[in-house]
Design a binder for this molecule. Structure first.
Ligand SMILES: [Zn+2]
Length: 536
């Protein structure tokens, strides 16, 4: 008696090769066989007539680190067909963090990564092994692969105070990285655009890359600039890969800012030249023209060196507030400020903590400033103060044609860059970025079915075997005998994202069945309550 038979579906196995009609037999969490008209005795049968049966999607760039602690079902991801998430991206993770910084870090994490109070997250982990052990004891609704964040390591070395590290502190950081890798971290991530990661010089990244190379682990880089200094930042990522020999994944590749739109030829010329001389390089992308970030990004770095409290203090004192304003105005004049990438009419407030301000969610900064009859920059200052620094925004700064050109490139991996949310409980708040809820079905519905930009086989490859290969998940990402039975079944005629910038907390359509290691987690679009995810 076998566990599960999936009958009559069209199998797209994740390798990129053409779909074919066959049945899949699953037993003890693995794929037993794939073939036409299998007729063994099975405990359970699923009819997949007219449906696509493919590997569960692997989200190589996710930020579910804190939301998994609040809602371990990871609803908005599993309902997209995602069975594995790579977390700890953009330099931000939750371990290792020594207990002496617990309070300030919890406050920061809670403010900065949305949703709930520190009590919800509750604790931190002094080592990566404690963190993994904690996750392993949690009932998990999805598989997790955690990276260690550079910013997290920096905080572990000196708390939230940001200044360039001394040689000795860099040594400590490298040792902590090495220990975390030995304890199960899948690689390192950076968010080089943000404090404190932005303080790390290129040569230190190469040194860390050498550690990663020794452990055969990946370096996922949110590069130093995605707009004004995009191309030098790409060159830096390439140089890090070339000089250290470690695999560098450029996170959420994009051309930010009008001044960069249309430069995809130049972008791929640089990337392909590096690949042709053997540089270990890869990249991922989310399919939206807006990025999701914090309004504090519009503030100068020097006011954020000690975290949000120092920012609030500076904005509350008239003299420093004036100084900040002058600096921002000067930088705007020279074209060297986030405002030059996205002015206030392109910045939409997405998530606020205080009930009095909630009505602003979903509105543009320029609109609210106009309603309140106040200068936009003064409004931004006031809002940051009243929200203690944590103002989430969705920023429209990319071009749809570029999105498509990047998506079509055969080496582009698809990722959400989103947190798992839910339409109930503590996560049911704000007008968060729709990518949290829609990324993968959007590719299958909008870009494959409606716009015929790429084949279904290619799209699925970009969501399955390609990220699996990059992360060394050799028993996942394709459908074949002996592989782990992480399987997504969807309707190619109806699959589509529903989440919009105005109404983001909406699960997609057409993802019917999601299976993790042979267990049906989503059945006919409903969550079965099965919590069978693991830390991989
Ligand atoms: Zn990022």
């Amino acid at each position: 008696m076998y566990d599960l038979l999936i009958k009559n579906g069209t199998i797209i196995d994740g390798s990129g090769s053409s779909g074919f009609r066959a049945d899949i037999l699953v037993n003890a969490g693995k794929i037993e066989s794939i073939g036409p008209s299998l007729k063994p005795e099975c405990k359970k049968e699923l009819d997949a007539s007219g449906k696509i049966v493919c590997p569960g999607f692997i989200d190589i760039h996710s930020h579910t680190d804190t939301t998994i602690l609040i809602n371990p079902k990871a609803e908005s991801k599993i309902r997209q067909g995602v069975t594995t998430e790579i977390v700890g991206n953009c330099g931000m993770g939750v371990a290792p963090l020594p207990t002496e910084y617990t309070e300030e870090v919890l406050n920061h994490l809670t403010l900065n990564t949305d949703f709930g109070d520190p009590g919800v997250i509750g604790k931190l982990w002094a080592s990566f092994s404690e963190y993994i052990q904690y996750l392993n004891e949690l009932p998990l609704g999805i598989n997790l692969v955690p990276l260690v964040g550079y910013g997290t390591l920096h905080t572990a070395v000196m708390g939230l105070k940001s200044r360039p590290l001394t040689q000795n502190e860099f040594k400590t950081l490298g040792t902590l990285l090495e220990k975390s890798l030995e304890e199960g971290a899948a690689g390192l991530s950076t968010g080089l655009e943000y404090i404190p990661d932005s303080l790390c010089p290129p040569e230190e990244l190469i040194r860390l890359g050498q550690i990663l190379k020794r452990h055969n682990k990946i370096y996922a880089s949110h590069i130093r600039s995605e707009a004004q200094s995009l191309f030098p930042a790409i060159e830096e990522a390439i140089h890090t890969a070339e000089a250290s020999g470690c695999q560098v994944e450029i996170s959420h590749l994009k051309l930010g800012g009008k001044f960069n739109w249309g430069k995809t030829d130049h972008l791929f010329e640089i990337l392909e030249k590096a690949l042709s001389r053997g540089v270990p390089l890869s990249w991922d992308q989310y399919p939206y023209i807006a990025w999701g970030t914090g309004l504090a990004d519009y503030m100068p770095d020097w006011v954020k060196l000690e975290g949000y409290p120092s920012l609030i203090k500076a904005l509350s004192e008239p003299s420093s507030r004036k100084k900040i304003r002058q600096e921002i105005e000067t930088r705007i004049k020279t074209g060297n400020h986030p405002y030059n990438v996205a002015p206030w009419e392109d910045v939409q407030i997405s998530l606020l903590g205080s009930p009095d301000n909630k009505y602003m969610e979903g509105q543009k900064v320029s609109e609210i400033a106009q309603q309140l009859d106040i200068d936009p920059l003064e409004f931004v200052f006031d809002l940051l103060v009243s929200e203690k620094g944590a103002v989430k925004t969705v920023v429209f700064c990319m071009d749809e044609t570029d999105i498509k050109t990047i998506l079509k490139h055969p080496l582009t991996i698809i990722a959400s860059d989103g947190r798992a949310g839910a339409d109930y409980g503590a996560l049911n708040t704000g007008k968060t970025h729709p990518r949290y809820y829609g990324t993968f079905p959007r590719i299958l519905g909008k870009y494959v079915r409606e716009e015929k930009l790429l084949s279904l086989e290619m799209a699925i490859k970009k969501m399955t075997s390609m990220p699996a290969a990059m992360m060394g998940l050799h028993d996942r990402g394709t459908l074949a005998p002996n592989k782990i039975a992480d399987i997504t079944i969807f309707d190619p005629e109806t699959v589509i994202d529903i989440a919009t910038y105005e109404l983001s907390r909406q699960y997609p359509q057409g993802i019917e069945t999601v299976i993790i290691a042979g267990n049906v987690v989503i059945n006919q679009g409903a969550h079965t309550g099965k919590m069978v995810g693991q830390v991989l």
